[in-house]
Ligand binder design. Structure first.
Ligand code: DQA
Length: 144
């Protein structure tokens, strides 16, 4: 059995579908996770979301041991979390950062990013489609 691809989501992503749909779209996180599981075929997908920074850090540590690749949307922790940066630096499996919106084109506080410097690649501004692209990349990077 191959190692799973972890799909990890940070704070407020549980509100997708109703949260500022003009920015984040109308699909729920469950919709996105279900589509990734379909597209992944026989590769297991471990999809989780948390509103807690420490939990996200622990999941990245777990993924470093258990996953073949990680797709990460850290939500607002992207812009604040040194703990996340440190966990990602220690994680030797490929991590692909995803954002539904393009933070670089938004408020000034979203220009700060603690995730991008510590990951393999970043995809932003393509809505839920960004997750599909990240899955393709995760498969390629993990040699599947
Ligand atoms: C987000 C962008 C972040 O700036 C924001 O805090 C989010 C969602 C995105 O997917 O566009 O919660 O990560």
């Amino acid at each position: 059995m191959s190692k799973p691809i972890y799909v990890l989501g940070g704070p407020n992503l549980n509100l997708l579908g109703t949260r500022e749909p003009e920015i984040y779209g109308r699909e729920t996180l469950e919709d996105i996770h279900n589509r990734l599981k379909e597209l992944a075929g026989d590769i297991p997908v471990e999809a989780r979301q948390t509103n807690f920074e420490g939990e996200l850090v622990s999941w990245i540590q777990e993924a470093a041991r258990e996953a073949s690749a990680v797709i990460l949307n850290a939500g607002a922790y992207t812009h604040t979390s040194v703990a996340l940066y440190d966990a990602l630096r220690a994680c030797k499996v490929p991590v692909i950062e995803v954002h539904l919106s393009n933070p670089a084109a938004r408020e000034a506080f979203r220009q700060v990013n603690y995730v991008s410097p510590a990951v393999k690649a970043s995809i932003a501004g393509l809505g839920a489609y960004g997750y599909e692209l990240a899955l393709m990349a995760a498969k390629a990077l993990s040699g599947k």
